[in-house]
Design a protein around this ligand. Structure first.
Ligand code: HEC
Length: 456
């Protein structure tokens, strides 16, 4: 965590290695008036360990058992609701990603939640309103955290291996997504676990609000997948059967590929998919059921590929995460910008499928031409091996440098031609001084065009 002072937060944990001493705690979006002290581990391990995991022995097609095996390792962390907080055992083998506590979407001070895409009209249910906020916190297991430890060996100057898949086999990550959407409108949330978090329009004008658990995402590095990764998601669905955070999670589905060749001829139809499995019991809850009026959610993700209620139905878990790269793809962004899918022509839908719904191997780019360092105003892109948190972390670090909140030498990541120049590209050897015209322009550009909530 940038600037994170762990004092007292994690009794017995090793000293945080991920704090950049050139980033002042008061500039952190998680600053609590005295320090930055989130209740999660940041002492990234130096080695991935030799653990075996129950999911390794489970075929991907036994998708519910596979997800249950991941969930059991999450449960082993002691993750639970305590008061209006979520807590984990201090020695649990799950770590958060550094450098996500800066800017409008940056971690808030209570649970370390980061801002995600706001819900669109009728995204979460047939009656959900426009604009409910969604905030989330994600963790990596030892394998994943060891990879982060290598990237952030110098926490002020991260380095990512070029052209390689950085995360080892059995890296696992999970992410809890909370919303302040009305449980009258999103009825499956009724009776759900509630936390208090400091969310709101901007930093530092954030206010304490109550949020409910909406969704829990998982991701596992698994060589049996054509993409190298397996992504799954749960929703929290009442009525409550227990008082623990995880007791009411219902699996939505699991995907290990985008089924690049599968298309549906009719508007709104599901394609026939071999690499996504969905829970049929959630038709009518997460996507439109038979006979139901719900034009905005004919499927969870594009033509039946996996996504959760918080997600954009133009994409899928894997298509968006495959676009984790540095700099972000100019041609593709992270999500198709097309019109409402059901208004798209067959040609436009085929075009979307050809560009976004590929099976991109871990470490490769969705649009391979972007690896070329000789394009105009472009120094070549590097895959971030499906880690969107790394992309968000680098983006925030460079914004902090550009606005003068990070001092001293410019991180190498921020000097790469092709970055979103008004807020992230830094051409000087040192981060501009906070009072300099460059920093002030960057700070005001960031105010008028705020840090885009990363998950769109
Ligand atoms: C349109 C883009 C998009 C889609 C679709 C999407 N994600 Fe993500 N995801 C993100 C971004 C951006 C982050 C990092 C920001 C954060 O954690 O706040 C992220 C973070 C995560 C993380 C934390 C580790 C990491 O890779 O950064 C997991 C796990 C995850 N997502 C799983 C899922 C699953 C499962 C789905 C589908 C149900 C999904 N995501 C759909 C963009 C997306």
């Amino acid at each position: 965590m940038a600037g994170l002072l762990l004092a007292g937060a994690l009794a017995g944990a090793a000293e945080a290695q991920t704090a950049c001493s050139r980033f002042t705690p008061s500039k952190s979006s998680a600053y609590n008036g005295m320090t930055v002290a989130l209740p999660w581990r940041t002492d990234l391990p130096s080695a991935p360990g030799t653990a075996t995991h129950a999911w390794e022995a489970i075929p991907l097609t036994s998708w519910e058992a596979y997800m249950a095996a991941v969930l059991s390792e999450i449960r082993a962390s002691g993750l639970k609701l305590q008061g209006n907080r979520v807590v984990m055992n201090a020695n649990a083998e799950w770590w958060i990603t550094p450098w996500m506590d800066y800017g409008d979407s940056g971690r808030e001070k209570r649970l370390g939640l980061t801002k995600e895409r706001d819900a669109q009209l009728h995204d979460l249910s047939p009656t959900s309103a426009q604009g409910a906020q969604v905030w989330a916190v994600g963790f990596y297991n030892r394998e994943g955290a060891a990879a982060l430890g290598r990237v952030f060996a110098d926490p002020c100057n991260p380095v990512f291996p070029t052209g390689a898949a950085a995360f080892p086999q059995n890296t696992a990550s999970f992410k809890l997504l909370f919303t302040n959407a009305s449980a009258t409108q999103v009825r499956y949330l009724q009776g759900g676990p509630q936390v208090t978090a400091f969310i709101g329009p901007s930093v530092p004008a954030r206010v304490a609000r109550s949020m409910r658990l909406l969704q829990m995402d998982i991701a596992v590095k698994d060589a049996r997948s054509p993409t190298g990764w397996v992504f799954g998601t749960y929703i929290w669905k009442g009525p409550p059967t227990g008082d623990r955070l995880l007791d009411n999670l219902v699996p939505v589905g699991l995907m290990w590929g985008n089924d690049p060749a599968a298309s549906a001829a009719q508007r709104d139809d599901f394609a026939t998919l071999g690499e996504t499995r969905l829970n049929p019991a959630l038709a009518g809850v997460v996507w439109r059921g038979p006979g139901q009026i719900w034009p905005e959610r004919p499927w969870p993700g594009f033509q039946g590929r996996l996504n959760g209620p918080a997600d954009n139905l133009r994409s899928s878990c894997l298509s968006c995460h495959a676009l984790a790269q540095w700099p972000r793809s100019i041609a593709l962004g992270i999500v198709p910008r097309d019109a409402w899918p059901s208004l798209m022509s067959q040609t436009a839908r085929d075009d979307l499928r050809a560009k976004y719904l590929k099976n991109v191997p871990a470490g490769a780019l969705t649009n391979p031409v972007e690896a070329n360092p000789n394009l105009p105003a472009w120094a070549g892109a590097t895959s971030l091996d499906y880690s969107m948190q790394l992309e968000a972390a680098f983006d925030r670090m460079c914004r902090a440098c550009k606005a003068g909140a990070l001092t001293g030498a410019t991180p190498a990541m921020c000097k790469i031609a092709g970055l979103r120049s008004n807020t992230t590209l830094v051409e000087t050897p040192n981060c501009p001084a906070a009072a300099s015209p460059v920093a002030r322009t960057a700070a005001s550009a960031a105010r008028t065009a705020p840090d885009p909530p990363p998950r769109q």
